[in-house]
Design a protein around this ligand. Structure first.
Ligand code: FMN
Length: 446
């Protein structure tokens, strides 16, 4: 089923705080005060751009994690929890970069479509077409409580809302046709009203008249990213997404996932090359394999098990503080949070016979994403194998501790991938769609 992968892989840099690893902030050389420091983010963005990455990505949560023991004490004490609001951050980073794509998460559960359509359209204009939106439905009750709700919406309900949300946003982006601006100074005609459209949308969740008060974005639509992996999440992605972020630790499962998405994409009348699947991976680079493994061991030693369990409680939307740390993760029904991640974690827990304490340390590491420790050459080999076997269209790199993990990758691994013809040496286009080889969407009103 899988189409042969395009010749060159795509690379995203998923930048989180001062590192993805729960203990990244404690690692030697990391300045944990950087989480709110613009000079630091500027350096990261410019490093990724020097490495010709397709995009950098900032995730988002709308609450401090506090599902563990229903308090934030564990997370605030042990984890680097503070984070900048990512849409604002993209605006600042757009001004100091020229080519690299800029992606941010925004929730369809706790926003209004008009607001997000306008924000992302504006950013797309300001950056000359380099913006992407990671569409999420959010994860847990802590987020609901910050938005005047008592409980997070049920899984199916929030995907239902996401469908309608996205429909409204894309219509708003289309509400000005590309040639609506006339700009005829002589005759005093600014724009052609026949090319600007009301939506008159009235649905289950939203009533939006439109049109937007921002002209159509340079990319037509900013690039749409999705990361849900449940059956409903996959279907949503297959209908709407252009990039999929996934958590796929095993190559065979990653290939199956890609085949499954391609089958669903075809069912919805799209072609498999209209969607790029980028599984997450945390590379730990050493001068020798032994050095890389030592770094990983050191990082794992530094994770507080309760910190890792607090992150897992948050992801599952389920308080794990009530179970014994010396027993395995119990079999749980009706997980209301991230269902696909719970499945992965339960599989890992059984496979490796982990106690909850051990699982906390392990989950804190990469939050069940793939970790590869080795030399730059070995990491390049591993990426080549995954890419060449049709397991993915590229990778969403999750640097463990920053800025060093990103700099090492750009200086040591990227040149090897370029040498092998697997990754670009220069940007060929100007927009993120061009980097990713994605078509500019038709305007539905034209
Ligand atoms: C790489 C990656 C990044 C994600 N980023 C976010 C995020 O920023 N905010 C969020 O609420 N969820 C995020 N998620 C979670 C997904 O949006 C989704 O809720 C999750 O995969 C569970 O979906 P499912 O229940 O359909 O499996 C991310 C997932 C992945 C794999």
């Amino acid at each position: 089923m899988s189409t042969s992968p395009s010749k060159q892989m795509h690379l995203g840099a998923f930048l989180m705080s001062v590192g993805h690893h729960a203990a990244g902030w404690r690692f030697p050389g990391v300045d944990p005060a950087n989480t709110m420091n613009f000079a630091y983010y500027k350096k990261l963005a410019q490093t990724a751009e020097a490495g010709k990455f397709d995009l950098i990505f900032f995730a988002d949560r709308l609450a401090i994690s506090d599902r563990f023991d229903n308090r934030f004490d564990t997370t605030v004490r042990y984890l680097a929890q503070a984070r900048p609001e990512p849409i604002s951050l993209l605006g600042a980073l757009g001004a100091i970069t020229d080519k690299i794509g800029l992606a941010a998460t925004a929730s369809t559960t706790y926003n209004e479509p008009f607001f997000l359509a306008r924000a992302f359209a504006t950013l797309d204009h300001l950056t000359g077409g380099r913006i992407a939106w990671n569409i999420v439905t959010s994860t847990n009750d802590g987020e609901a409580l910050n938005f005047s709700k008592q409980e997070h919406l049920e899984h199916e309900t929030r995907y239902g809302r996401a469908h309608e949300f996205l429909d409204v946003v894309t219509k708003l982006w289309d509400s000005w046709e590309d040639d609506a601006l006339v700009l005829d100074k002589e005759n005093g005609i600014y724009a052609d009203p026949s090319k600007v459209h009301y939506l008159h949308h009235k649905g289950d969740w939203f009533g939006v008249r439109g049109p937007l008060n921002v002209t159509r974005p340079p990319q037509g639509h900013p690039v749409l990213i999705q990361a849900g992996s449940s059956d409903t999440g996959r279907d949503f992605a297959a209908q709407t997404a252009e990039v999929i972020f996934s958590s796929q630790p095993q190559i065979a499962a990653a290939r199956e996932f890609r085949n499954d998405i391609h089958a669903r994409v075809l069912k919805y009348g799209r072609t498999p090359d209209s969607i790029k699947i980028l599984p997450g991976v945390m590379p730990i680079i050493g001068a020798t394999q032994a050095e890389a493994e030592e770094k990983l061991r050191h990082l794992e030693d530094l994770v507080h098990p309760l910190g890792g369990l607090a992150l897992l409680s948050d992801s599952m939307n389920h308080d794990l503080s009530v179970y014994s740390l010396d027993e395995p993760l119990p079999e749980l029904e009706n997980i209301r949070g991230n269902q696909s991640r719970y499945k992965l974690v339960q599989e890992m827990s059984k496979r490796d016979n982990l106690t909850l304490r051990q699982l906390g340390k392990r989950f804190g590491g990469s939050r069940s994403h793939r970790v590869v420790a080795g030399t730059a050459e070995q990491i390049a080999d591993n990426f080549a194998e995954w890419f060449g076997s049709g397991a993915c269209d590229g990778f969403n790199l999750m640097p463990a501790y920053l800025p060093e993990s990103l700099t090492d990758f750009v200086e040591q691994v990227v040149p090897i991938l370029q040498e092998r013809g697997l990754f670009r040496r220069e940007y060929e286009g100007d927009t993120l769609r061009q980097h990713l080889g994605l078509a500019r969407p038709q305007n539905r009103f034209t």
